[in-house]
Design a protein around this ligand. Structure first.
Ligand SMILES: Cc1cc2nc3c(=O)[nH]c(=O)nc-3n(C[C@H](O)[C@H](O)[C@H](O)COP(=O)(O)OP(=O)(O)OC[C@H]3O[C@@H](n4cnc5c(N)ncnc54)[C@H](O)[C@@H]3O)c2cc1C
Length: 396
């Protein structure tokens, strides 16, 4: 596959750049700022919808799902134009990138219209309920239980056979980014506790307004007012059967699909953070050369992966390289800046109303946030296990 630019790609790039110049919200419009990854102020909703309607939200999609059937090189050009200007296309990234994408892959036509399109058009926002206190890296160990029952009797109607018209959910999720601001949660639940771990999981869309759903946001390492993480508790939550995404007990396939959506382009977000560091960091130290080389290596490996002819496990190399290179460079800048770097909130780059404030915050904040990259989407240790077993062929 050739990723070199050609006239078609350059034409697409030029049109998109002109679109951005014509439609970007002004600085005065871009208030208030989003509070969490599922909080969409009115201007951010309008912006996402403008991209959707023009086919520039997810350009690889067909027009009815916010795209323009763009080719892969065109999608990369789209990403590059956004990234060069530090523009965030959606302030509900997990809703657009993981949840809507999963519904489009595994949902029925009705579910696509009822849930995926409203998420893509920023009419509603969505958060991802996978992790639990005892199930993070080992997602298959999740214990939030959903019983399939009929009517009000509450009587379970055959776990494997799958009769019943609604689920009753009990359990707890944690780290659910943005849940307190989300309209709906894509929730991974255990529907058959007797089946092997991977075979008894299902996926439900649970509106957060449903009785029995309690969301408790909690602060991150950044500071007491940085509220994105949530604990979510489910007590006898009734969910209609029509909210089941994919097959009953077939949630593992959706998990792989969802994580696949998350992982396939995740390296690009690290490449963007590295580009930010290259722009913002002092450049006279030796580590800066390492950052430049890592950024170049990541892009070249990423392009090779996108050619589609590579072992999927190589995505772990990209995730590990990208997240750890960002972390190493951020630590170097933090150390170079000394106590000044702890000033909070000090800016490390001019504020950009079309980006997240976090990307231009103090060096301390940028460094501590880099840990998210080495944990979310599969920890560095898990990536190393995958590389060892599937690429290097080492024993388990
Ligand atoms: C910023 C951020 C946002 C997040 N948002 C969401 C969200 O929206 N929704 C959601 O569901 N989850 C979310 N998560 C949770 C994330 O998916 C989990 O943190 C991640 O899967 C790790 O799980 P854990 O925290 O339970 O750690 P654990 O799995 O308990 O791991 C603890 C430590 O043990 C190591 N370890 C575990 N197993 C192995 C092994 N087999 N071999 C070697 N080492 C191992 C890990 O690498 C880690 O260092 C988010 C996390 C972060 C940091």
């Amino acid at each position: 596959m050739k990723l070199a630019s050609d006239p078609e790609v350059e034409k697409f790039r030029g049109e998109f750049a002109a679109f951005l110049d014509a439609h970007l919200p002004s600085e005065a419009e871009a208030v208030p700022r989003p509070r969490s990854s599922s909080d969409l102020p009115e201007w951010a909703r309008r912006w996402q919808r403008t991209l959707f309607d023009a086919g520039y939200l997810l350009p690889g999609n067909p027009p009815e799902y916010g795209g323009c059937n763009a080719t892969l090189p065109q999608q990369l050009a789209h990403q590059e134009e956004l990234s060069r200007r530090r523009i965030y296309p959606s302030y509900n990234p997990q809703g657009v990138g993981i949840i809507a994408a999963s519904i489009l892959t595994f949902g029925t036509e009705e579910q696509k219209q009822r849930w995926a399109v409203p998420i893509l058009r920023a009419e509603i926002t969505a958060s991802l309920g996978m992790s639990e206190p005892g199930a993070g890296s080992d997602l298959a160990g999740l214990r939030t239980r959903a019983r399939l029952v009929t009517g009000d009797s509450g009587e379970e109607t055959g776990k494997r056979a799958g009769g019943g018209d609604h689920f009753v959910v009990n359990g707890q999720k944690v780290w659910t980014s943005g849940a307190h601001d989300a309209d709906v949660l894509l929730t991974f639940v255990r529907t058959d506790p007797d089946a092997p771990k991977h075979k008894g999981i299902s996926v439900l869309l649970i509106p957060t307004s449903t009785e029995g759903v309690i969301r408790k946001p909690f602060a991150s390492i950044v500071g007491p007012d940085d509220l994105d993480f949530n604990e979510v508790f489910f007590t006898d939550v009734r969910v209609p059967r029509e909210n089941l995404i994919g097959e009953l007990h077939g949630g593992w396939a959706v998990a792989h699909g969802s994580l696949g959506h998350e992982r396939s382009m995740l390296w690009l977000s690290y490449a963007e953070r590295m580009d930010d560091l290259i722009k913002d960091a002092p450049s006279h130290e030796e580590w800066f050369a390492t950052l430049l080389m890592d950024a170049q290596a990541l892009r070249l490996l990423g392009y090779r992966q996108l050619s589609g002819e590579r072992e999927p496990a190589e995505l772990s190399v990209l995730k590990l390289l990208g997240s750890e290179a960002v972390q190493a460079a951020s630590l170097h800048v933090l150390e170079a800046a000394g106590p000044e770097a702890l000033l909070h909130p000090a800016r490390t780059a001019p504020p950009n109303h079309m980006s997240l404030d976090a990307f231009t915050a103090s060096w301390f904040e940028r460094y501590v946030r880099s840990f998210a990259g080495t944990i979310a989407g599969g920890t560095s240790e898990i990536q190393r296990n995958i590389i060892a077993e599937r690429i290097l062929g080492l024993p388990r």
